[in-house]
Design a protein around this ligand. Structure first.
Ligand code: FES
Length: 145
């Protein structure tokens, strides 16, 4: 019996090598969503809630406060409005900061600035930051696409 006949008996073809390579226990990571929490401009399914009573989120109880969570920078403006945009600078991916007194986001790497809605104000970045929605319910702040 040659190789082709042997494989045929097993119900496989010569091209079926990929299929049998996973018989030993390959697993599928069900929760994997490419780009979901990487801080990139993807992540259309992004949706999380911050408990503003929690110490780790307390900075958002102050105007001008901000934090980075799940690749998103969430800030409270000097006017008390919650805003959120992708945290990674569109130039080279550095995590940006919020400057409430200047009503803008700032990248400390090369100095790009972005409006509170994520639009480029000054380069070298040339692409806007993805903006996310926010919704405050009691002390729960939802951030979502
Ligand atoms: S990485 Fe932000 S300006 Fe270069």
């Amino acid at each position: 019996m040659d190789r082709k006949e042997f494989l045929s008996l097993l119900g496989l073809t010569v091209g079926g090598g990929v299929a049998i390579s996973c018989l030993g226990g390959c697993t599928k990571e069900d929760g994997a969503t490419p780009g979901g929490n990487t801080g990139g401009s993807g992540g259309g399914s992004l949706d999380f809630t911050l408990d503003l009573n929690a110490a780790e989120n307390a900075v958002l109880n102050n105007n001008g406060g901000f934090l980075v969570k799940n690749g998103v920078i969430v800030a409270r403006t000097t006017g008390g409005v919650y805003i959120a945009v992708a945290a990674a600078c569109t130039h080279q991916g550095t995590i940006i900061q919020y400057q409430g007194n200047n009503s803008r986001f700032f990248c400390p790497n090369h100095g790009s600035t972005f409006s509170e809605s994520g639009s480029v104000l000054n380069g070298p970045a040339s692409s806007d930051l993805k903006q996310y929605k926010t919704e405050l319910s009691g002390k729960n702040l939802r951030v979502f696409a």
